[in-house]
Design a protein around this ligand. Sequence first.
Ligand SMILES: [Ca+2]
Ligand SMILES: [Ca+2]
Length: 240
Amino acid sequence: MQRISLAVLFAALQCCIASWDTLFFDDFNGSASGAWSITNENPGLYSYTPTYLDLLCSAGTLSAGYNNAENLFLITNPTLGDFTATMRVLSFSPPQSFQQIDVLALDDVDNYVRAVYGRIGEPSLEFGAETGGAWASSISPFDPGASAFYMRLTKVGNVYSQFISTDGTSWSQANETLAYGDGTPSYIGFVASDTWNIAAPADVQIDWFRVEGDVVPEPGAAALMLGALAALATRRKRRC
Ligand SMILES: [Ca+2]
Ligand SMILES: [Ca+2]
């Protein structure tokens, strides 16, 4: 009889009991979830209306070693598996270059993936990663005007993609997929930044933010279930 290793059983068990679900959602209706940590906080640059978060682009950037962007909204990554992080923006019309809203999968300010909508010469989508402070990205034009849009960052394994939608139903991939890290970023979130140009402040109206992904059991929990299955199999074998 062919023997199946514990490692294979463990992987199969994880696969069987993992499922895809909403792992986090914040509607920003009047307040924010307590799950957020706001790094480099500047309370003067954001407020909550009854239906959305109004977030001004801060005079800073995550690029290279500058790392002076304010108000990084971050949650601890809620899954060891794959995920999508989706933001609905009610309106954002940046008048000046480099004003932008970014959806982030982040380990630290020099190691992250960033899905960007902003003005880069013209209204654009940008998608890139910074590793050890070195940023590389691709850029493509996209102009929603003052209308609402949805921006999504998707992770499968350690491969990330950027998607955009104007109706939340029909999605288009923007820019090139990229590989980053080991597939387990520490944080998920967003930031609105402005490089260093605040001559014409721009605000982003964020309706909601959602993370959907694999519900992956903690290794300890899976090991307990595997142990229980092994004990059950042993008892059945003894009865035979
Ligand atoms: Ca950086
Ligand atoms: Ca809302």
